[in-house]
Design a protein around this ligand. Structure first.
Ligand SMILES: C[S@@+](CC[C@H](N)C(=O)[O-])C[C@H]1O[C@@H](n2cnc3c(N)ncnc32)[C@H](O)[C@@H]1O
Length: 288
């Protein structure tokens, strides 16, 4: 098969507009494969995320991309489109207060509850790994031995997980949220970037997982970070995911959500608490 000749940027930009039918097709495609709801009128988002793929595979425009996606044997292209529509924004010690709560209040209690086994912590939408590694560094700073803890990072996107496993961050990324003493202590310069030291990297395991799939096989957790992902889902999907998360929380376990997320009016079987300025949730059923 002859590879289509890539069009010039101008040609692609002029032909970026998408038919209503294809817009709906992409909405459904992204929803089906990720749960992410793409609202009406987000043409700019589709274009900024998908035109690079259009160019890369040498297609004419978004309509041609939809045509290709409808074809058989297009699984890699389908995954690429879904991955491109995920928002992977993250940073070290994001929002600070959950990490303060963990350090100042929760850790002794959680360690006591898990004294005969490793403490299990889940970063449920791990993106490029900053959240899971922030937890790992915090625990080390608190004197927790790596053998005392298992940290699991999961995400839908293989692309971000590959970066998380690599654990090499740009200057810009380490400037965002990482305290300078942590940078000095836990990272090594690698060219223009910073590589997280093996001791910390080894504390976290990353695994691909769609939060809408069965999560029981992951086992039970003492602490769950599921932050800044529920916002992309509709109510039914949020509800189903929160129910599943409750199912893998130990009776004493805590859940952190993102600052714009809540269990309120979604799943009433969570108890909301405020600790050190951080909002966290415990399963009511487990505590009844
Ligand atoms: C904005 S990032 C959040 C990163 C981190 N938790 C934080 O708060 O900084 C959202 C992540 O959710 C992932 N995601 C989207 N849909 C998902 C799904 N259905 N299952 C698992 N992860 C998903 C995306 O790939 C993305 O990396």
């Amino acid at each position: 098969m002859t590879k289509a000749v890539p069009r010039t940027q101008d040609a692609v930009d002029k032909s970026a507009s998408i038919t209503q039918e294809n817009y709906r097709f992409l909405q459904q495609h992204v929803y089906q494969h990720s749960g992410i709801v793409l609202d009406e009128g987000k043409h700019y988002l589709l274009e900024s995320r998908l035109i690079p793929i259009v160019r890369d595979v040498g297609l004419a425009d978004l309509n041609a991309l939809c045509h290709a996606l409808r074809g058989v044997g297009q699984a890699p292209l389908r995954n690429r489109v879904v991955e491109a529509m995920t928002t992977n924004e993250t940073l070290f010690f994001r929002d600070k207060s959950p990490f303060d709560a963990l350090r100042l209040k929760l850790l002794p209690e959680l360690l006591a509850a898990a004294r005969h086994r490793p403490l299990r912590i889940w970063s449920a939408a791990a993106s490029t790994g900053q959240e899971a590694y922030s937890i790992a560094m915090l625990l080390l700073e608190q004197g927790v031995q790596p053998s005392q803890v298992e940290i699991l990072g999961t995400d839908l996107s293989e692309e971000v997980l590959a970066r998380a496993r690599e654990a090499v961050y740009s200057q810009l990324e380490v400037n965002r949220g990482l305290p300078a003493p942590y940078l000095v202590k836990h990272f090594t310069r690698k060219g223009m970037s910073w590589e997280l030291q093996e001791r910390v990297r080894k504390m976290v395991r990353f695994q691909q997982l769609d939060l809408r799939s069965g999560i029981r096989p992951l086992g039970m957790f003492d602490l769950v970070f599921c932050r800044n992902v529920l916002i992309y889902f509709d109510l039914a999907t949020k509800r189903a995911i929160l129910e599943q998360i409750r199912g893998v929380m130990q009776p004493h376990a805590y859940l952190f959500l993102g600052s714009a997320e809540t269990t309120l009016n979604v799943d009433e079987r969570f108890l909301r608490k405020v600790v050190e300025g951080a909002v966290l949730y415990q399963s009511m059923e487990a505590r009844a």
